[in-house]
Ligand binder design. Structure first.
Ligand SMILES: Nc1nc2c(c(=O)[nH]1)N[C@@H](CN(C=O)c1ccc(C(=O)N[C@@H](CCC(=O)O)C(=O)O)cc1)CN2
Ligand code: MG
Length: 297
């Protein structure tokens, strides 16, 4: 196989942010609306702090309003629920995101259930999960899987129909919504997970492989069908033999390059799409709340 195309998520995300900024300017001019995104960070997780800072910065760069709330590690569930309720009732806030993971004293599902589904720009509320699962276009869709679909649509010129896809991982954040999104594109989808009996055999069938297991370099190149398109959602920090650390995906990139026709790198593939899609979802939420047609981004 010749060298695969490297799917440049970083560049795609930059283009998407430009299109979002254009739509935000139009919303201001034509409708007098400035979309607002509230992000709540509980605790001091260093990676979460970086992500929340980027979200705030990119929100402002797109011309939207950013509201950031930092709450201590010891925050109780009641205190966090009170913050969510305040944001649900704030008319300047069109989108609400509670950064995950949350400290152990807080029940994640209870918090996600408290977010107004119309402001749920993460798409994690069961109302939005149900809308996606029934094939509706009216809900809000989780950012990372929607970013993966945008990259795939771009790669396949909008037509994924009939492709065989395997999603490795069954999380609520990536695996399950990815299954529903691929099904909506008329793919034939298999969801594999830790109890799947012959994972290499399942992967070998697939035209599209989406890896979202959180295990560094688990998917090997010789598992892939020749010409497979590989979307690597994993972001794993591993130690380098010479000291220090580096980021790797769930796919063994070097061996995958020998079989794949296209592949997302880590970093610079799916990761940057997550925040760009969050901004897109904030525009979608603001339009839906105001009865304005949602722009195609
Ligand atoms: N409420 C949510 N919490 C979390 C989500 C989410 O979608 N909603 N996703 C992740 C974290 N995340 C955003 O929140 C996120 C992860 C990764 C990236 C990214 O750009 N990654 C870069 C590498 C970054 C690095 O150097 O460490 C890349 O892959 O190129 C952005 C956002 C968990 N929590
Ligand atoms: Mg799993």
């Amino acid at each position: 196989m010749s060298e695969p195309k490297i799917i440049d998520g970083k560049a795609f995300a930059a283009g998407l942010r430009d299109r979002i900024a254009t739509e935000v300017a139009k919303l201001k001019e034509e409708n007098g609306i400035t979309p607002g995104l509230a992000v709540v960070l509980v605790g001091e997780d260093p990676a979460s702090q970086v992500y929340v800072r980027s979200k705030g910065k990119q929100t402002v760069e797109a011309g939207m309003q950013s509201f950031e709330y930092k709450m201590p590690e010891t925050t109780s569930q009641e205190e966090l629920l009170a913050k969510v309720e305040e944001l649900n009732n704030d008319p300047a806030v069109n989108g609400i995101l509670v950064q995950l993971p949350l400290p152990k004293q807080i029940d994640e599902q209870a918090v996600l259930a408290a977010i107004d589904p119309a402001k749920d720009v993460d798409g994690f509320h069961t109302t939005n999960v149900g809308l996606l699962g029934t094939g509706s276009d009216n809900g809000l869709v989780p950012c990372t899987p929607l970013g993966c679909i945008m990259l795939l649509r771009d790669h396949f010129d909008g037509n994924l129909s009939g492709k065989k896809a395997v999603v490795i991982g069954r999380s609520n954040i990536v695996g399950k919504p990815m299954f529903n999104l691929l099904l909506k594109e008329s793919c034939t989808v298999t969801v594999a997970h830790s109890r799947t009996q012959d994972l290499p055999g399942e992967v070998r069938q697939a035209d599209i492989v989406v890896a979202a297991v959180g295990r560094p370099e688990m998917v090997k190149g010789d598992w892939l069908k020749d010409g497979a398109v590989v979307i690597d959602v994993g972001i794993n920090r591993i130690d380098k033999p010479e000291g220090g650390t580096r980021l790797v995906g769930d796919v063994d990139f070097a061996s995958a390059c020998e079989r794949a026709s296209a592949i997302t790198p880590v970093p610079g593939g799916v990761g940057p799409m997550t925040i760009a899609v969050l901004l897109a979802n904030t525009v979608t939420a603001a339009c839906q709340q105001n009865g304005i047609a949602v722009p195609k981004l």
